[in-house]
Design a protein around this ligand. Structure first.
Ligand code: GDP
Ligand code: MG
Length: 741
């Protein structure tokens, strides 16, 4: 006996669907394999392009035989000798015919063979009859009512009982669904039609009976006046006796098959109930609008409600189905999204763990593509379900996708930010280095501006590549301006470094100029003929105004250096404040350089040599600059004393930095200017405190201006005198010696 699943080989779960699939078994259990069957038959992906037909009728009225002939199905048929019930529960099979009598049949016709119920005759449960009617009505577009010709007009017959059940159940079913109230077609197939009574007459009789049944059933509140035509269309066909008129039976079944195509209502007729269908039995309005891939879930839900005697609420069922399926579809489409996005997320997480930010190539393109694909796939399948639920679930899905992409994109821009800042700072440094190597002919401001533009552009291209039209969160303008701000901060730091480099260069220049100029002034000491008196107008400088000349030279060099520094600093957009600080530092460092140079000049050996030269110049040359040839009559001692005293006056002069004009120290504090705000001498390790300018050190300006300490001065006097004495003795000897020869 057929009617049970048989496993193929040893593979569990693989089911042989030769006879279709048993949707509901004899224990009223719903079969989990229904969806597999629909997938296998390629119906699952058909969307709304499928049709469901159920057949009703008494036991052994040739229903299965009819379906098998019409649709090429292989439902079990009662053997002609045994005569007992074969179909248990509800079976389903896909139409295996593509065409009938030369006409192409509708796609994906699913036929349900419902257990013949002679329950009333057997005195058993009419329960299943009612339940299967409910199930068939909730799902099917066309209900074939199979009936012997001789039963027509037998109002009390079993068939009429069945129809009464169908009508009652229908009212119950659509009570909750007043807005949509799907219609169904009751398609009467009259079997063993002898032909003596024309089909038209049979139809009239049947319609009269149906109307009678309709008026006899008790209708729920509010539907008392409803008419049968409000819910059903009717169709009629007659077939000859299968065994007695086998050939005719076959051709007429073929003919009947041509009617299983899409149809439309003939225009004029106002009432639906008794209309002529043109072109085909399947009117769009019969369709239950359950997408094929959700059919099994829907059918299971419906059956669950029916079996548990709950009120069937189709709109709720459809909403539940929509939620279930949308979630399922969402999960499915997320898999393909994951395939693209998860590896990117991992890469990013890995990189950030190592502290090495990566800018993922083409992230915008792959992200957008994955998102679009995912949503498109969801839309294709899920939009067939309940609109409200679909819209909500789509939003949920988009929310999930966007949360993932957002994290990824923000990570990407954070990486681009870090990488960009590093690249910028490196590029500027390299360009400056190259410029320095090439002789310093570079424009810092230009380098910074160019590199900033380049770096900013790269960032903006990345940010723009992440934009998805219509999604506000993909606008990363604020990240761009944040990036630009940081570039400016880095530029500021780099500019400060550049200022330091510039300052060092200028300081070096000052040092070298001071070295030459101050050296020159000290060298003049070696020539004593300038005299020590106050310089007359137009006369050549005297020893007395040594410090005036040094101070003036110093101020001149520093002023020039300041101009150089400021011009250059301005060229790379240094602020006035930065320039002020720079020049202030420069003046201080220049002073320090001057002090150092003076220190060097008055170092023991150096200054002693200068004093000796100065003295010798005065002692050994006369006023006209002619070398003296000592004779014994000469007042060697007088000249010696005069020259020595004259040179000795230099020592107190040299000891302190003092301007002849004011007989006081130069206005160093005035020259250095006020300490700019934000700079602390102590913080800048290269700035040594200056007496009389910086407090704290306890050193006075007088001390700052001291060139030779008291001790050194006395020491120098002693040493110089010794040196002078030596010169004198030598002169004396040469005078005597000159006479002796
Ligand atoms: P079901 O129980 O309604 O599905 O009926 P079956 O298709 O199993 O057929 C029951 C019996 O009726 C079988 O023995 C068939 O040979 C016989 N049968 C099938 N078609 C016809 C028909 O058109 N006329 C008559 N008289 N018998 C038929
Ligand atoms: Mg059967």
């Amino acid at each position: 006996m057929n009617g049970h699943f048989s496993s193929v080989g040893d593979t569990p779960g693989v089911v042989n669907f030769e006879h279709g699939v048993q949707v509901i078994d004899e224990d009223k259990e719903f079969n989990n394999n229904l969806n597999d069957y629909l997938r296998m038959q390629q119906v699952a992906e058909a969307g709304f392009n499928y049709h469901i037909i159920s057949v009703f009728g008494s036991q052994s009225t040739g229903k299965s035989t009819l379906l098998n002939n019409l649709f090429g199905t292989e439902f079990s048929v009662m053997s002609e000798t045994e005569r007992r019930q074969t179909t248990k529960g509800i079976w389903m099979s896909k139409n295996k015919r593509e065409e009938s009598a030369g006409t192409r049949m509708a796609d994906n016709i699913l036929v349900m063979d419902v257990e013949g119920t002679d329950g009333r005759e057997r005195g058993e449960d009419q329960d299943f009859e009612r339940k299967s009617a409910l199930f068939a009505l909730a799902t099917s577009e066309v209900l074939i009512v199979n009936i012997w010709e001789h039963q027509v007009g037998l109002y009390q017959g079993a068939n009429m009982g069945l129809l009464k059940t169908v009508f009652e159940v229908n009212l119950q079913l659509f009570l909750k669904d007043k807005q949509s109230t799907p219609r169904s077609l009751l398609f009467f197939v009259i079997r063993d039609h002898l032909g003596t009574t024309p089909l038209g007459n049979l139809r009239t009789t049947l319609i009269q009976d149906l109307t009678k049944i309709w008026s006899s059933i008790s209708k729920p509140q509010g539907l008392e006046t409803s008419r049968i035509e409000d819910y059903f269309d009717f169709g009629f066909a007659a077939l000859p006796h299968k065994i007695l008129q086998a050939d005719k039976f076959t051709t007429e079944v073929q003919q009947l098959g041509t009617r299983f195509v899409a149809g439309h209502r003939s225009g004029a007729s106002g009432t639906h109930g008794d209309h002529e269908l043109e072109g085909g039995l399947f009117l769009p309005e019969y369709h239950r609008r359950i997408p094929a891939d959700g059919f099994s879930v829907y059918a299971e839900g419906i059956w669950d409600q029916i079996v548990n005697n709950k009120d069937l609420d189709l709109p709720t069922q459809q909403e539940l189905l929509a939620q279930f399926r949308c979630d399922e579809i969402s999960r499915e489409v997320l898999i393909s999204f994951d395939l693209v996005v998860a590896p990117l997320e991992e890469q990013q997480a890995e990189a950030s763990k190592l502290g090495k930010p990566v800018v993922l190539p083409d992230l915008g393109t792959s992200g957008k593509e994955a998102r679009t694909k995912c949503i498109k796939a969801f839309e294709t399948q899920a939009s067939r379900y309940h609109k409200g639920v679909y819209a909500r679930k789509r939003q949920e899905l988009e929310g999930k996708l966007d949360a993932r992409l957002k994290a990824l994109y923000q990570g990407q821009l954070a990486s681009a930010h870090k990488a960009g800042v590093a690249a910028f700072s490196e590029a500027v440094s390299n360009k400056v280095k190259a410029g320095q190597k090439a002789g310093g002919g570079y424009e810092f401001a230009e380098i910074v501006a160019n590199e900033k533009k380049k770096t900013l552009e790269i960032f903006q291209i990345e940010a723009e590549s992440l934009i998805i039209e219509g999604l506000a969160w993909t606008n990363f303008k604020s990240q761009s301006s944040l990036f630009e701000k940081e570039l400016d901060e880095v530029s500021g730091k780099l500019r400060k470094e550049e200022m330091r480099r510039l300052a060092t260069r200028v300081e070096r220049w000052v040092k070298s100029r001071l070295g030459d100029a101050v050296g020159l002034e000290f060298n003049k000491l070696g020539s004593g003929r300038a005299g020590t008196g106050a310089p007359e107008e137009g006369e050549k400088p005297t020893e007395k105004d040594l410090w005036d000349r040094i101070w003036n030279v110093f101020i001149g060099i520093v002023k020039e250096a300041e101009t150089r520094f400021a011009d250059r600093a301005k060229s790379f957009d240094a602020s006035d404040e930065e320039v002020d600080i720079g020049t202030w530092r420069l003046r201080r460092k220049s002073w320090a350089a001057l002090r150092e140079k003076i220190e060097e000049e008055v170092m023991e050996g150096n200054i002693l040599l200068k004093l000796r030269e100065n003295f010798e110049d005065k002692f050994r040359y006369d006023e006209a600059g002619v070398p003296r040839i000592w004779r014994p009559t000469d007042d060697i001692e007088g000249i010696y004393t005069k020259a020595r005293e004259s040179t000795l006056t230099l020592i107190p002069l040299l000891s302190r930095f003092r301007l002849a004009e004011t007989n006081g120290p130069p206005d160093l504090p005035g020259f250095l200017g006020l300490q700019p705000r934000g700079v602390e001498v102590g913080d800048e390790e290269d700035l040594t405190p200056i007496g009389g300018v910086d407090d704290g050190e306890g050193k006075t300006l007088e001390e700052e201006m001291t060139v030779l300490s008291e001790g050194k001065r006395q020491d120098l006097v002693v040493r110089f005198k010794k040196t002078a004495d030596g010169v004198y003795v030598e002169a004396k000897r040469s005078a005597i010696g000159g006479v002796a020869q």
